[in-house]
Each structure stands twice: as C-alpha cells, then as structure tokens.
Design a protein around this ligand. Structure first.
Ligand code: PGA
Length: 266
C-alpha cells in the first residue's frame, strides 16, 4: 500500500525569524493519523523549522540540492550539507527547470546525490500548456522521467522512498488545476513509463505519485479520490495553516479508506 503524503513547498517565502512559528502552527493543526507531512522551507529556514518540528512527526525537506559533493560552486548547497537539517528534498521543480535551466540529466545527478546522502527525493515532472494542448503531455513527462532516471539504481531509489510529483507547469500558482481524471491518467502513465520503458517492473507500483499545481483544501479531495494519486505537493496554500489543516484532514480520510480496503479479506 502506498503512503498518503502532503508536502508543503514554501518556495522563496518565510524568514528564519518566522518560519519556525509557522511550521509549529501547521504541525499542531494537522495532527491526523496516516498522513506523511513534509515541510520544505528555504535553506536558511531549515534549522528553525527543524527545531520547531522536533518530536512532532513532520518531516523537513529542502527545495533543491547541488549535483556535486563540494567545491567551487558559489552559492550552492550539497546533499551532505543537509545532514541533520532535512530528510527530504524536492528535485527538478519546474521553476528551477525554467529559471536555472536545469536539464533532465542534471536532475538525474541531483537525484543520485540525494539518495547517496540518505535524503528522500520528490522528483517533479510536468508539461507546459502548449505541450498539453498539442496532446504531448504524456510524451513530455515520459521524456523527463527517462532523462532523469535512465541507468539509475532502481533498488536504491525505491529503498530511499522515491516520490514523483506530477505538476503541470500551467497549473502552478495560476489557480487553474488539471482535471482529476487527467492527473490520474498521468499518474498511471508515469508508472507505466517506470515499469516498461525504464524496466522497474512491479516496483513502479510502489512509487507514490503526488499531484501539484494550485492544490487547495477545496480541490484536494478530487485528486485524492483517484486511486493512482497519493497526495499533493502544495505551494501557495501550504503557507496557510487553515489550508494545511483542511488538506491534511482530507488526506487522512484517504489514508483511512486505503488502510481499510487493504485490511478487507480478498
Ligand atoms: P502552487 O505550487 O500550489 O502554488 O500552484 C505548487 C508547486 O509549485 O509545488
């Protein structure tokens, strides 16, 4: 049974002075059984959020990591530097693909560094609007997956709890979402690409696929109602405790339903 995950991507918001309090408030408002909660603040807020979440069963994630271990890379942060600060990391977010020109190959190197350092990666994939409208969304996402994952150690990735977030670029921060049917179809296509093209076989079924792109407490139920979708990667709404409370409460319903279905006799 795949876990249900709500991951908060705070992007370039909060400061070391206020991030801890926000994280603690969210933790207190989202104490629901069965849901994995992750908060990904900016690097400079990681320590404050870690301290605020101590003993609270909410994981801390970074929003990016460098593909090298150490060296002359001004302004960068390596996977090993995150030890003790974060246990998860977002990799290949579309804002970094767009603004920092991250390629699938580079993203693949980051993934390898992340799992090498014991971090649990969330790999982001997704098409832009023109690609969706041209009927090329599945092909684009499959290309991203092949580019980042070809030749990677499947066992190591799955052992690290590797997660994929399907985030259609045109839905991020726009208030517009994919339909739940389209998102579910993409989640299925992602697992088929892993299973068939990349040779992951049955292990592909165990990979959680999250939906991201303008997720709120009002619409998350549509996505969680789809069996192939295992939670959300949430940007804007994740900075609001009320929204986080609503989303995690809805996710807990899905987690409970799944646990119940699993427990039923065949
Ligand atoms: P959004 O961002 O929820 O603000 O659309 C999602 C993301 O980029 O991860």
């Amino acid at each position: 049974m795949r876990p249900v995950i709500i991951a908060a991507n705070w992007k370039m918001n909060t400061t070391p002075a206020d991030a801890g309090e926000l994280a603690a408030t969210i933790a207190a408002r989202t104490e629901e059984p069965g849901v994995i909660r992750v908060i990904c603040p900016p690097y400079v807020c990681l320590a404050a959020v870690r301290d605020a979440l101590a003993g609270k069963n909410v994981a801390v994630g970074a929003q990016n990591v460098h593909h090298e271990q150490a060296g002359a890379y001004t302004g960068e942060i390596s996977a090993s530097m995150l030890a003790g600060l974060a246990t998860w990391v977002i990799i290949g977010h579309s804002e970094r693909r767009r603004d920092e020109f991250e390629s699938d190959e580079l993203i693949g190197k980051k993934l390898a560094r992340a799992i090498g350092a014991g971090l649990r990666p969330i790999l982001c994939v997704g098409e832009v609007l023109a690609e969706r409208e041209a009927g090329r969304a599945v092909e684009v996402v499959a290309t991203q997956l092949r580019g980042a994952l070809a030749g990677k150690d499947v066992e190591a990735l799955t052992a690290a709890g590797f997660v994929i977030a399907y985030e259609p670029v045109w839905a991020i921060g726009t208030g517009r979402t994919a339909s739940s049917a389209d998102a579910a179809a993409m989640a299925e296509a992602i697992r088929s690409t892993l299973a068939a093209d990349l040779g992951w076989g049955r292990l592909a079924e165990d990979v959680p696929v999250l939906y991201g792109g303008s997720v709120t407490s009002a619409n998350i139920g549509e996505f969680l109602g789809e069996h192939s979708i295992d939670g959300g990667l949430v940007g804007g709404a994740s900075l609001k405790p009320d929204e986080m409370a609503g989303m995690v409460a809805r996710a807990a319903m899905t987690a409970k339903a799944r646990a119940g279905a699993e427990g039923e006799p065949a």
